[in-house]
Design a protein around this ligand. Structure first.
Ligand code: AMP
Ligand code: ZN
Ligand code: FE
Ligand code: FE
Length: 319
């Protein structure tokens, strides 16, 4: 194995192959500039960026971990909506060291998720048009993405700002966030779940393949609004349940949270005997306030020993 230098890593990033604004080549160059020893490119529901990213990382002398971020449903901790109705909770899950062979069960899961995403995107166009965004069409949204498979909600948000400022206002970091609260986010007027595939189904599909799972931004998925008290009260049971259901890691070092919260999440993850993973969730200009490697507050530093632990867990899970 190549002798990579030790240091800081970033295990959660997006490129033009999903809803990031930068190509794999640019991302690898930026990773070099900020001094990352290793990176995972976790485009949504796809590993299509892997070959480009591998070539770019080889050129820069950075280690690449195969990864993806997938949208799944958790029925163990359902969401209760305004009228008291419970629905499966949509969560984001990071998968690392997954097989790239298109015939593998894990890649078939990704194919299914991309089909679900296409169906959701078509329905979202119809829904937004009915809600008054009448200039928004599928081809406009598609034109903002690398391909139809790459379309995510940030592309919808961008189209809403460029076509309908009379509804959503001029684009600022605040109005961008409001578009998710009011329209596109869970609880928004135009929220549509992407898939019915569950955590359990995907963990089963990955059996023996060396894939390891980490729960992405756990506080966004499970708590929404949080305080340290609430995290200490509610997260241990969630973390324990994820471990029981075959998860290896929890994204405790999440770039969108402050250092005290990250420290608390690392402790709770270790208490459960799991691996605290971490990353910035870099999306380029689609999240202007998030820096590669450094996250939102600028002081993120995911230690590389986490990667060694993940690699060991992956090796142990090969059947
Ligand atoms: P999708 O893959 O279509 O479900 O879109 C998911 C992406 O939407 C995430 O990766 C974020 O970039 C973005 N997103 C979701 N919720 C929010 C939010 N509340 N504020 C800003 N961006 C969000
Ligand atoms: Zn994204
Ligand atoms: Fe996510
Ligand atoms: Fe992400």
């Amino acid at each position: 194995m190549a002798d990579y230098h030790r240091g800081v890593i970033d295990l959660h990033t997006h490129s033009t192959f999903s809803d990031g604004s930068e190509t794999p080549a640019t991302l690898a160059r930026m990773a070099k500039e900020v001094g990352l020893a290793a990176i995972a490119l976790t485009d949504h529901d796809t590993t299509a960026s892997h070959d480009d990213m591998q070539a770019a990382c080889d050129a820069e002398g950075i280690e690449l971990i195969p990864g993806t971020e997938i949208s799944l449903v958790d029925h163990e901790f359902p969401r209760v909506d305004r009228d008291g109705k419970t629905t499966g909770r949509g969560v984001h899950v990071l998968a690392y060291f997954l097989p790239l062979d298109p015939n593998s069960p894990m890649q078939q899961v990704l194919t299914r998720l991309r089909a679900d995403r296409r169906t959701r995107n078509q329905a979202l166009v119809t829904m937004l048009r009915d809600l008054g965004f009448e200039r928004l069409t599928f081809s406009v949204v598609e034109g903002l993405a690398r391909s139809a498979d790459s379309i995510g909600r940030p592309h919808f948000a961008e189209a809403m700002f460029s076509l309908h400022p009379e509804i959503v206002g001029e684009r600022t970091p605040e109005s961008w966030s409001n578009v998710f609260v009011e329209w596109l986010g869970s609880g928004g007027k135009a929220y549509l779940p992407k898939t019915e595939l569950t955590l359990e189904e995907v963990v089963a599909a990955a059996a023996g393949s060396g894939t390891v799972f980490s729960m992405a931004h756990p506080l966004l998925n499970y708590l929404g609004d949080y305080t340290a008290d609430r995290i200490e009260r509610e997260m241990p049971a969630i973390i324990r349940s994820l471990k029981d259901r075959g998860f290896t890691g929890i994204e405790a070092y999440y770039g969108g949270t402050s250092k005290p919260i990250r420290d608390l999440m690392v402790k709770l993850t270790r208490d459960a005997g799991m691996i605290p993973t971490g990353g910035s969730d870099f999306h380029g200009t689609f999240k202007k306030d998030v820096a590669l490697g450094r996250g939102h507050s600028g002081d993120l530093a995911v230690p590389d020993h986490v990667l060694n632990e993940l690699r060991d867990a992956s090796a142990r899970s090969v059947g």
